[in-house]
Design a protein around this ligand. Structure first.
Ligand code: ACO
Length: 330
C-alpha cells in the first residue's frame, strides 16, 4: 500500500498571458461599441490576444514552467499533464505539445474539452488519478485562444474574449485538500453557445461524399447564458459547500469563471458573499475561457491574498452547457 495517502493538494500555480493587449478603445475602432458600454455591461477594460508568434502550446508551456517553479519540481517529476481547452493548436490534441515543450518525458498527456468549465473539470479529473494512487504529480493547464474563433465583426461577442493560459501542479498527499466537487451538463441548451463545425458535402467518387467544412466563429445567446450562469452557479456552490459540510461564511475566497463582472456580482449577492471575497481580474483579461480561473487564482496567490489553509470555492460555467464547482483548501 502507498504511504502517501489518498488526498491531494495544489502545490504551485503559474500563468502566461498573450502578447498583445487590446483595450476597449481599440475595439471601438473595429466595431460600433464604446468603452462605456463594455465596462458597464461586463466590467472589462482590456484583454490580451495572441499574435501569430504565439499559440496555445507556447502559452501552456510558459504557465506550466511557472507552476513547476513554484512547486519546486522539475518537468521529469510529472506523471500526467491534463490540458483543458476548446482551442487546441492541433485537433489531435495540444497536451502532447506542452509535454514536449516542457520536456516532461515521463508524463502522459491528454486534452479535455469543457469550454469555460474546463479548468474545474480538469481539477476533478486529475483528483481521481491522485486519489487512487495511480499518479503522484499532475500538471493541469487551462488555456484558450478564442481570438482565433471570434467573429471580429460581431460586437455582441468580440468584445468579451481574451487569450491566455494558467496552470497548477497537483500532488498526492495524505490529507485531501479537494473537499468536494460537483459537475453538470445540460445538453438540451447546447445551442446557446457554440463554436461549431459546419460540414460542406463534397463528392469523393460515384455515390460517396465527405463532409469537409470548417469551424464557424463563436455564436452565443448572451442573455440566455447570463440567466443560466446566475441561476446555476449559486446553486452548485451551495451543493459543494453542503457536500463538504461547510457554509458560505467558511469560505475565504470565491473564484468564478471570469465571464462578466455583473455575473460575479449577482452570484455573490445570491449567496450573501461579500464582494471582497470574490476574486476578479475580468477588467484586465476579459473572458479567457478555460484559463480564467487559474489566471485569477495565480494572481491572488502571488499577490499574497490567498494564504496557506484558506478555503476557496471554484466554479466554472459555459458552453455545453456545463457547470462545475470544487472546494479547495490552499
Ligand atoms: N457595444 C455596444 N452595444 C452593444 C454591444 C457592444 N459590444 N453588444 C451588444 N450591444 C447592444 C445590442 O445590440 C442591444 O441593442 P438593442 O437594444 O438596440 O438591440 C443592446 O446592446 C443590449 O444588448 P443585450 O444583449 O441585451 O446586452 P446585455 O446587457 O445582455 O449584455 C452580454 C450582453 C454582456 C453579452 C451579457 O448578456 C452577458 O454577459 N452574457 C453572458 C455571456 C457569457 O458569459 N458568455 C461566456 C460564457 S463562457 C464560455 O463558455 C465561452
Amino acid at each position: 500500500m502507498n504511504t502517501l495517502g489518498s488526498g491531494l493538494k495544489i502545490i504551485g500555480s503559474g500563468t502566461a498571458i498573450a502578447d498583445q493587449s487590446l483595450t476597449n478603445q481599440d475595439l471601438s475602432n473595429i466595431v460600433e461599441t464604446s468603452d462605456e458600454w463594455i465596462q458597464s455591461r461586463t466590467g472589462m477594460r482590456q484583454r490580451y490576444i495572441c499574435s501569430a508568434h504565439e499559440n496555445l502550446a507556447s502559452l501552456g508551456v510558459k504557465a506550466g514552467q511557472k507552476a513547476l517553479a513554484m512547486a519546486r519540481l522539475q518537468p521529469e517529476d510529472l506523471d500526467l499533464i491534463i490540458l483543458a481547452t476548446s482551442t487546441p493548436d492541433d485537433l489531435f490534441g495540444s497536451a502532447a505539445q506542452i509535454q514536449g515543450g516542457l520536456g516532461a518525458s515521463r508524463a502522459f498527456a491528454f486534452d479535455i474539452t469543457a469550454a469555460c468549465s474546463g479548468f474545474v473539470v480538469g481539477l476533478n479529473v486529475a483528483a481521481q488519478f491522485l486519489r487512487t494512487g495511480v499518479y503522484q504529480r499532475v500538471l493541469l493547464v487551462g488555456g484558450d485562444v478564442l481570438s482565433r474563433w471570434v467573429d471580429w465583426s460581431d460586437r455582441t461577442t468580440c468584445v468579451l474574449f481574451g487569450d491566455g493560459a494558467g496552470a497548477v501542479v497537483l500532488q498526492r498527499q495524505a490529507q485531501d485538500n479537494l473537499l468536494a466537487f460537483e459537475m453538470y451538463t445540460d445538453g438540451s441548451s447546447n445551442g446557446c453557445l457554440n463554436l461549431a463545425y459546419q460540414a460542406v458535402s463534397q463528392r469523393l467518387t460515384a455515390g460517396k461524399t465527405v463532409a469537409q467544412g470548417t469551424y464557424q466563429p463563436i455564436t452565443m445567446n448572451g442573455r440566455e447564458v447570463y440567466r443560466f450562469a446566475v441561476a446555476k452557479v449559486p446553486e452548485i456552490i451551495e451543493k459543494v459547500l453542503f457536500k463538504a459540510q461547510l457554509t458560505t461564511p467558511d469560505l475565504d475566497w470565491v473564484i468564478l469563471h471570469q465571464a462578466n463582472q455583473r455575473i460575479m456580482d449577482a452570484v455573490g449577492d445570491r449567496l450573501g458573499i461579500p464582494s471582497e471575497k470574490i476574486i476578479s481580474n475580468v477588467g484586465q483579461y476579459g473572458n479567457t475561457s478555460a484559463a480564467s480561473i487559474p489566471l485569477a487564482l495565480d494572481q491572488a496567490v502571488r499577490e499574497g491574498k490567498i494564504k496557506e489553509g484558506d478555503l476557496i470555492a471554484l466554479a466554472g460555467f459555459g458552453a455545453g452547457l456545463t457547470w462545475a464547482a470544487s472546494i479547495v483548501r490552499w
